[in-house]
Design a protein around this ligand. Structure first.
Ligand code: LER
Ligand code: MN
Length: 277
């Protein structure tokens, strides 16, 4: 498994992102020095020169772009289930343009807030039909670009759809969105799942990436999640992707990032030792 961390290309309150002060290139260097393998990039609308500088810097530092999260789109009101057909089609086009950016960076793309909320006056079916139509187009385009799309279950206090892994899997099965995988976030899972390990087992090879924080959304080790058991469950299903720290930058971004990588490296090391014995 690889280690990643969340980082924004611009100063933002959107969160939690560990490094969100916008000192982007300096933060990339810090992340590299701490020993991370990659980054989840929360982006503003990157100009082509900014995109090229980002790719060159990542390459020079030998850091992988794990995820591209174009938060300027959700912040600008682009949602893939928008009830207004004109706005929805425009949102799909904008996300496709960002899939091209992700492809150039070698990154994958999550569907989190970008799916939008189910409307109060509509059925689940009506919401899902609209979202599935958008996701079909997005995932076919992403497949053609070599980008993977990950649907992220998010807790009920942040969005009103797909809170648990099983709900996300059922939706993907129902609409045969077979190439879309799951982004598991331990903070949301701790709120919504009756067993984190059972949900991990249920997703199995469908897990695309994992967001890591503790029960209180501090760096792992700062709360009461059982990370021995979680990492073992991920290893048991053969997960080999990114464990990315998406945590509150407390007491500081640097401390959170430093604590996070130390904790993850120790857990991964002890698991390897356990496997060897
Ligand atoms: C939001 O709570 C979250 O977990 C993010 O990954 C969504 O973009
Ligand atoms: Mn997350």
């Amino acid at each position: 498994m690889k280690t990643g961390i969340t980082l924004s290309t611009f100063p933002t309150q959107f969160g939690p992102i560990v490094f969100s002060d916008g000192d982007f290139y300096e933060n990339l260097r810090i992340v590299k020095d701490l020993g991370y393998d990659g980054v989840d990039l929360f982006t503003h609308k990157l100009s082509r020169p900014e995109e090229e500088r980002t790719i060159a810097t990542l390459e020079a530092l030998d850091l992988q772009a794990a995820l591209l999260l174009p938060i300027w789109l959700t912040e600008g009101g682009s949602f893939l289930s928008d009830p207004d057909a004109v706005r929805r089609v425009a949102a799909v086009d904008r996300y496709k343009s960002q899939i091209e950016v992700a492809a150039r960076m070698g990154a994958n793309m999550p569907i989190g807030y970008s799916r939008g909320n189910q409307q109060e006056d509509e059925s689940e079916q009506a919401y899902q039909d609209r979202l599935a139509e958008s996701l079909k187009e997005i995932s076919e385009f992403a497949d053609s670009q070599g980008v993977s799309i990950f649907l992220e279950p998010i807790n009920r206090y942040e969005i009103n759809t797909f809170h648990r892994a099983e709900q996300a899997l059922d939706f993907l099965d129902k609409y045969q969105l077979d190439s879309i995988r799951i982004l598991l976030d331990m903070f949301h899972m701790n709120i919504e799942e009756s067993s984190l390990e059972a949900a991990i087992e249920r997703c199995g090879a469908r897990i695309g990436q994992v967001h890591i924080s503790d029960s209180n959304r501090l760096a792992p080790g700062g709360g009461h999640l059982d990370y021995d058991s979680i990492i073992e469950a991920l290893a048991d299903v053969g997960f080999d992707g990114f464990l990315s720290i998406e945590a509150l930058p407390k007491p500081s971004a640097l401390q959170c990032a430093g604590d996070g990588i130390e904790f993850l490296k120790n857990k991964l090391k002890s698991l390897e030792l356990a496997a060897e014995n």
